[in-house]
Design a protein around this ligand. Sequence first.
Ligand SMILES: [Zn+2]
Length: 263
Amino acid sequence: MTDVLIVVAHPDDAEIAMGMRLRDHTLTGDHVRVHCLSPGASTAEEADQRRSECRAAGALLGVAEYSFSQIPDNEFVERRVEINRELFRVFSKRRPDIVYTHFPDDQHLDHRITADEATTVALREAEALYYFRSPYSHGFEPTLYFIGTPDLLAAKQAALACFHSQQQLDMSVFSGLTELAYRQHLHHRVVERFPDGAHGAEMFRTARQVVHATRPRVSRPGDATPASGAAARPLRGPGHLPAEPGHDPPPHTLSHSCRRASP
Ligand SMILES: [Zn+2]
């Protein structure tokens, strides 16, 4: 099972930026945790409401665990050491294979600090690190496009609707961005090749990705072709790694570009 950890500054950051990608991970059988550094509220009552909104959205998307630190909004700079300590604690609780977090160049200072500190810990503890694009990312040039489906977009919209306290943000705008924003980055000839039913996209930058060698085939007497050398088995790109046994992706999803090869 692949362990996925999403580190965000505020409640709803994960669902806005990568609700479809998150749901695709859980449908594939991955264990997904979301850790939110801020309670996103100034009173205990509001914090309770935001936590329950997160858990409702997480339940719809299949999140295994939604956890929280208590770093107040707009105090991330002063609490940097505490954030670093908290993240080491979160990573040591269950070591992630794949980490997602904010893009370091962001218009929101809390997002910047989260990205910096999550990067510091993830580069020591995880094989793969991706930055998601959010509406506040600045100068974001994607390297990975996750192309959705109508089902995944509907799941994201349902998750966003759980954030009742944030409806002043008009969550329909965020799902609209998911449907359209990626097209400005891709030539129309590339977009034309997307499968029928592709619906929206979420964008990421790869900070680290490790690709394991495919296990060489053992040669047997009587084999028609030699099993050693480059011709025996073509090299596969990172988007064509073999699926893990028992974890074939559902037919509506694209192949998982960052899955570890079978050991
Ligand atoms: Zn945020």
